[in-house]
Design a protein around this ligand. Sequence first.
Ligand code: CDP
Ligand code: MG
Length: 137
Amino acid sequence: MEKTLVLIKPGGVSRNLIGEITKRLENRNLSVAAMKLMNAERSTVEKHYAEHASRPFFGEVCDYLTSGPIVAMVISGANAVKAVRSTMGATNPVEAAPGTVRGDFALTIDDNLVHSSADADAAKAEIELWFSEGTVK
Ligand code: CDP
Ligand code: MG
């Protein structure tokens, strides 16, 4: 059993895709272990994307993540880290396969609707960052 962090970014929330995205994870027999609708603190987003701090898109992605409400959730299940990444699809939506969240609902990399942890170490750090209160399950 693994846990991983998912963010539904402001574009996903404003387009009313919370249910659609969560349904796809649950359909795959992944479970919601914690979930909250929130306005992210910029400091949290900057820590979350710290690996990209020197990249040209860092400021924009931090602006985007703080531009409106997001959903943060912890998803658990067998092989959850890889299973969630494959459900979400490639970072650039025009390269994401049809049938993935990004391939079905997004068009541009700056509005690619979702985040999910890249590997087990990132998942552990990101869950601690976003759910300092701990998870429900
Ligand atoms: O989200 P993912 O792990 O698939 O991709 P990443 O390479 O870790 O990049 C983090 C986020 O930065 C992406 O999801 C995009 O929202 C954003 N990004 C961007 O706006 N432009 C790029 N050239 C690369 C990433
Ligand atoms: Mg990433």
